[in-house]
Design a protein around this ligand. Structure first.
Ligand code: ADP
Length: 265
């Protein structure tokens, strides 16, 4: 078991895909993330839970430098992806985000066809040599997004014309089209109905076989259903990290216990 109960105590696992070391995030004077250390495993779903405003999304965004786009945001510490610090000056954030893909709360397909939404990343990263290779990537990605059967006869239709759940699966297909190694999901089901949520959760379970998946969720039930590891954040600190079953049935920190039993948050 890989349990972390304090910021300075963690057991390194050999399968760590991402290691966060002493990560601090400020937005101007707001200290949003305070000295977070965590190891995220490969081919595993890791859930980030905690009350609103505790820093889940902020920390998630440090994992692919999405915070770079926020002027007031300052990140300190290191995030190692396969041992390399993604904040190193030599790292190109655009290349990084192809490796560490992201899916947002609200499905945000481009105002383009279904095909072009998925082909967008492979085109800008030069992943296909010709149209037939691109067709293959689009089909494979839509299959991985569990959407192919529903859209294969209308690839030229606008992505924005799909249902909310289909749009979110399109965004997942778009994210996996660049062959990322890590997939970050920021409350990916919060705009979806229960049926679409169940489909996306099932998809997450499949994606885990090839990717490291990190999901922010405000739903403890969802974290319990989809994840193997859970990190509980509170007031900008990573309070507890461990096996999901342990976090929900036998938390070590009283703050975690208060949250999961509904006393805080
Ligand atoms: P969570 O995802 O757990 O709800 P957030 O990461 O969104 O928490 O927020 C953590 C803290 O950082 C909060 O105090 C929030 O107000 C602040 N914050 C988040 N995003 C920004 C931003 N773009 N500018 C300034 N402050 C922000």
């Amino acid at each position: 078991m890989n349990v972390m109960t304090g910021v300075d105590k963690f057991v390194e696992t050999q399968t760590a895909k991402i290691s966060a070391r002493g990560v601090q995030v400020h937005y101007g004077d707001t200290h949003a993330i305070q000295d977070v250390n965590v190891e995220i495993e490969d081919r595993t779903v890791t859930a980030f839970i905690g009350p609103s405003g505790c820093g889940k999304s902020t920390f998630l965004r440090t994992l692919n430098r999405m915070n770079d786009t926020i002027a007031s945001c300052r990140v300190e510490g290191a995030i190692l992806l396969d041992g390399e610090n993604i904040y190193d000056k030599r790292v190109d954030p655009v290349q990084l985000r192809a490796k560490v893909g992201m899916v947002f709360q609200k499905p945000n397909p481009f105002p383009k066809s279904i095909y072009d939404n998925v082909a967008y990343g492979p085109r800008i990263h030069g992943l296909a040599r010709n149209r037939s290779e691109l067709d293959d990537i689009v089909e494979r990605s839509l299959r991985r997004g569990a959407l192919w059967d529903e859209v294969k006869d209308r690839l030229d239709a606008p992505g924005t014309g799909l249902s909310g759940g289909q749009q979110q699966r399109l965004c997942i297909a778009r994210a996996v089209a660049t062959e990322p190694e890590v997939l970050l999901m920021d409350e990916p089901c919060s705009a979806l109905d229960p049926i679409a949520t169940a489909q996306v959760e099932e998809l997450i379970d499949e994606l885990r076989q090839n990717f490291s998946v990190v999901i922010v969720t405000h739903s403890m039930q969802q974290a319990a259903r989809v994840s193997r590891k859970t990190a509980f954040f509170h007031l900008g600190k990573l309070v507890e990290f461990g096996e999901t079953g342990q976090i929900f049935t036998n938390p070590i920190d009283p703050r975690t216990e208060s949250y999961i039993t509904g006393r805080i948050g």
